[in-house]
Ligand binder design. Structure first.
Ligand SMILES: [Zn+2]
Ligand SMILES: [Zn+2]
Length: 284
């Protein structure tokens, strides 16, 4: 089943001179709980991780799951994306599989949680690790760390044009938007997609603006937006409009991954000049 975003009620670029230049294509992932395979694109599913390769562990010194000796907490699979499904991702030469993991521990200093981004050639992974290690959360508060672990979800990619969040626009352009319509919520409904998506720009409150690559200073661009929910109003997929509040189907459509990322969404940002430069997670 495909998932479709309702077309905007109007194209704001027709009303705001100069905005058209800021249009970009984003790919809404529309994750839904399911059983993705280890070779598939997914959120929270099994990775095609080579059996012979050590699984990444968090060794951030401020991680409450890292004792400072031995390995820290095993990282958790956040997403796996293939070049075949997502040609718009800037895969480094010779790779066609992107794997993203992160640590679900608490990091006192982290507006950016530790994440690990691995680029591979899928055909080189012949024997897949059957049972990756999982974080030991037995002594932890129930539900605290689990909200950082996504449910396995299959994806229903949908490409659409969006415009940046209001406060990412240059001052004069933002003034023009507000002169046209002072309702920021209405602008958001017409412009920037919430939920899990690839590319485009982050939604309201999800990250500081003007991020740059720590390695080379080039502008950082949104690789993957993570969000607690998929949004409502226009952003609720047309196919999901008749679901009944309180049912599992409704929950799976509105909050498919079951994640609760603190105050709101966040994003993984990659260097716009070199995809192999470090990728960072940011939230506000
Ligand atoms: Zn950690
Ligand atoms: Zn860079």
């Amino acid at each position: 089943m495909t998932r479709t975003t309702e077309a905007p009620a109007l194209d704001i670029a027709q009303f705001v001179p100069g905005l058209a230049a800021y249009a970009s294509t984003t790919v809404r992932l529309h994750p839904r709980p399911g059983s993705p395979g280890p070779r598939d694109s997914h959120i929270g599913g099994p990775l095609a991780w080579p059996a012979a390769e050590p699984w990444p562990h968090c060794e951030a010194p401020d991680c409450d799951q890292y004792p400072g000796e031995g390995p820290g907490s095993p990282m958790v699979a956040l997403a796996q994306l293939t070049a075949a499904d997502f040609p718009e991702i800037a895969f480094p030469e010779g790779t066609d599989l992107l794997q993203i993991l992160w640590c679900v521990g608490y990091h006192c200093c982290a507006e950016h949680a530790p994440c690990r981004v691995v680029w591979r050639r899928a055909s080189e992974v012949t024997e897949i690790l059957e049972e990756p290690p999982v974080p030991d959360l037995e002594d932890e508060l129930p539900g605290f760390y689990e909200t950082y672990i996504p449910r396995p979800c299959v994806l229903h990619p949908e490409r659409l044009v969006e415009y940046p969040w209001l406060w990412e626009l240059p001052d004069d352009l933002r003034a023009r938007v507000l002169a046209w319509n002072q309702d920021e919520d209405e602008y958001e409904e017409l412009s920037t997609a919430p939920g899990f998506k690839i590319g485009g720009t982050v939604i309201h409150g999800s990250a500081p603006t003007g991020l740059t690559c720590v390695a080379c200073g080039a502008p950082a661009s949104l690789l993957l937006q993570l969000d607690n929910g998929e949004g409502d109003g226009r952003w609720c997929a047309v196919e999901d409009r008749d679901l009944v509040y309180g049912t599992p189907e409704y929950e799976h459509a509105y909050t498919p991954t079951g994640m609760m990322i603190d105050v709101g969404p966040g994003g993984l940002f990659a260097c716009s000049a070199d995809p192999e430069h470090p990728v960072h997670f940011h939230r506000q």
